[in-house]
Ligand binder design. Structure first.
Ligand SMILES: Cc1cc2nc3c(=O)[nH]c(=O)nc-3n(C[C@H](O)[C@H](O)[C@H](O)COP(=O)(O)OP(=O)(O)OC[C@H]3O[C@@H](n4cnc5c(N)ncnc54)[C@H](O)[C@@H]3O)c2cc1C
Ligand code: SF4
Length: 512
């Protein structure tokens, strides 16, 4: 919407945020004939405006200052979440594995962590639907998890240099690998509401945005569909407060340009991500009778191992999300497990990570970077247990809008530390087997999860299994904040499944 366009009125549903949580339900509700709109803090980034320049693309990220505390402070900014019509999917790597059924039953299996208040069978039809709609490319037979009922829509994407090396190294120790499920197209696809999405050109810049629409970010998939069905998206509109009357939410106030505006709606769905959603709830003192808002912040164990080989790999080329192994889904001595994924990397990102991870500067750094074209990386994505003390709170420092900055406390527990050690040793062994030199590791945490968890008990959770807040009947939440446990797989596909499920629950309730 142009800033001069009239704002929508008489809304059935107002969605705040247009990422993996907000976009699918916006389309689903619009297709059911509801009058819906979304407020999005960021602006539009159409594919044709995406540059092959990671520095120029910094605008895809949420760069407002967030304060990080605890023993393992989380790195925010470019590392963590998106801002724009499409949210973090604008810059995600588009790895789209499904959760495995036991991911949802961690507490039952180990006596620690948390069970999800829903079963894999409830997510499965949504996974089927999403993989087809998004155009996920993947193998004919995926080695892990239950047999799928519907094959991947497109064949796998070609492997980049790091993926081929990982394949070779894993084969040496008898570890299974597979081309990953990736929501980027290996064949062109007609996308309802958008038009033709083109085949991936192997440009390798997924984390700086996709210039051909090959990657299934929300703007070229669900949001295009939603708008074609009448949904309105107000971009550049940052919500600062939710308005209330008689125990019900009535709408949201937002800043657009230099104006403070308001939209009313009968139902509001918060989908602003696992940092901004709890921040908004805490600022407004809402939905927190359990005291759980902001608690149980999780970030996946994400240690990376890098090395250099003689081959000219050009790590900026090829789909960065290429090869996967879930053979470490369960590891004796660990609660939960992790998966292995090959990496592609853009030059400035690599240089920054190397400097940060090895504290190398000046001529030594330049010397190392002269080998950039020979660099290959693997990383893991592992279960992070929820802990009450890992939490988001409002700090006394104010941002440019006069709002309290969020402060996120995060420390790895014993399990996350053990997992990091185990995974680093495995990846060093793998890189040793292909003769990599200058091998180094970057311990890190990835993704922002938890902070408004779902559950059946209003005393210990913020939303019910459908995403409706326990405290406010017409306020729902649909983003990574509701994850009760982190899962040992990448979160976006499951988030989109939850989004469609929330939409169906809301529509079912309306029919009832
Ligand atoms: C570099 C990177 C790579 C990733 N790669 C993968 C991957 O390969 N596979 C995978 O599964 N996951 C990946 N992820 C994670 C994935 O992108 C997220 O899990 C997912 O997009 C989160 O969805 P969400 O709806 O919770 O939040 P988001 O997608 O971040 O959406 C939240 C939206 O809300 C908006 N918003 C926030 N506050 C306000 C406000 N006050 N008013 C209005 N709008 C607001 C934001 O601008 C944003 O657009 C990656 C993440 C990063 C950072
Ligand atoms: S590698 Fe493919 S999906 Fe990724 S940005 Fe390039 S064209 Fe898009």
């Amino acid at each position: 919407m142009a800033p001069t366009d009239a704002l929508p009125t008489d809304l059935d549903v107002l969605v705040i945020g247009t990422g993996a949580g907000g976009a699918p339900l916006l389309a689903r509700l619009a297709s059911a004939g509801l009058k819906v709109a979304a407020l999005e803090a960021g602006v539009r980034h159409p594919p044709e405006g995406i540059a092959t320049d990671e520095v120029a693309q910094a605008g895809l990220f949420w760069m407002d200052e967030r304060l990080a505390a605890g023993k393992d402070p989380v790195s925010f900014g470019r590392n963590n979440s998106g801002r724009g019509v499409g949210g973090s999917t604008l810059h995600y790597t588009a790895y789209t594995p499904r959760a495995q059924p036991d991911d949802l039953r961690l507490k039952t299996e180990f006596g620690q962590g948390e069970d999800w208040p829903l079963e894999f069978a409830e997510l499965e039809p949504y996974y089927d639907e999403l993989e087809y709609f998004l155009g996920v490319s993947g193998p004919a037979e995926y080695p892990w998890g239950p047999q799928r009922r519907r094959p991947y829509r497109h064949p796998p994407l070609p492997l980049n240099g790091a993926a081929r090396l990982m394949q070779r190294a894993c084969a040496e120790i008898g570890m299974r690998t597979s081309p990953a499920a990736n929501a980027a197209l290996s064949r062109p696809q007609e996308q309802p509401g958008y038009g033709t999405r083109h085949t991936c050109t192997n440009r390798g810049f997924c984390q700086a945005g996709c210039s051909v629409g090959a990657k299934a970010s929300m703007d070229v998939t669900f949001l295009a569909l939603a708008e074609s069905l009448g949904a309105q998206i107000v971009d550049g509109a940052q919500v600062t407060s939710l308005t209330m009357r008689g125990g019900h939410v009535t709408g949201a106030e937002f800043v657009r340009g230099d104006r403070l505006e308001h939209l009313s709606a009968r139902t509001v769905i918060l989908a602003a991500g696992a940092v901004e959603t709890p921040r908004l709830l805490l600022m407004n003192g809402l939905a927190n009778s359990s005291g759980q808002v902001g608690r149980n912040f999780m970030a996946h164990v994400g240690v990376q191992v890098w090395g250099q080989v003689d081959d000219d790999l050009r790590p900026y080329k090829g789909i960065p999300g290429g090869l996967i192994s879930e053979d470490t889904h369960r590891v004796p001595g660990l609660i939960g497990g992790y998966l292995l994924q090959s990496l592609g990397v853009m030059p400035v990102t690599y240089a920054t990570q190397y400097a940060r991870g090895t504290l190398t500067w000046g001529p030594e750094l330049i010397q190392h970077l002269s080998g950039y074209n020979h660099v290959a990386g693997i990383n893991v994505l592992g279960e992070c247990l929820p802990y009450e003390h890992n939490r988001l709170e409002l700090s006394d420092e104010l941002d440019g809008r006069g709002l309290p900055k969020p402060r996120v406390h995060f420390s790895f527990g014993e399990n996350e530390k053990r997992m990091t050690v185990h995974a680093e040793a495995l990846m060093r062994d793998l890189w040793g087997r292909i003769g990599a030199r200058d091998v180094w590791a970057l311990p890190r945490a990835a993704h922002t999860l938890g902070t408004a968890r779902m559950g059946t008990d209003p005393a210990t959770s913020v939303v019910n299994p459908d995403g409706r807040t326990h405290d406010i009947e017409n306020l729902w939440i649909c983003d990574n904040s509701t994850f009760p446990s982190s899962l040992s797989v990448n979160p976006a596909l499951t988030q989109m499944a939850l989004s469609l499920r929330t939409a169906d629950a809301l529509l079912g309730g309306l029919k009832g």
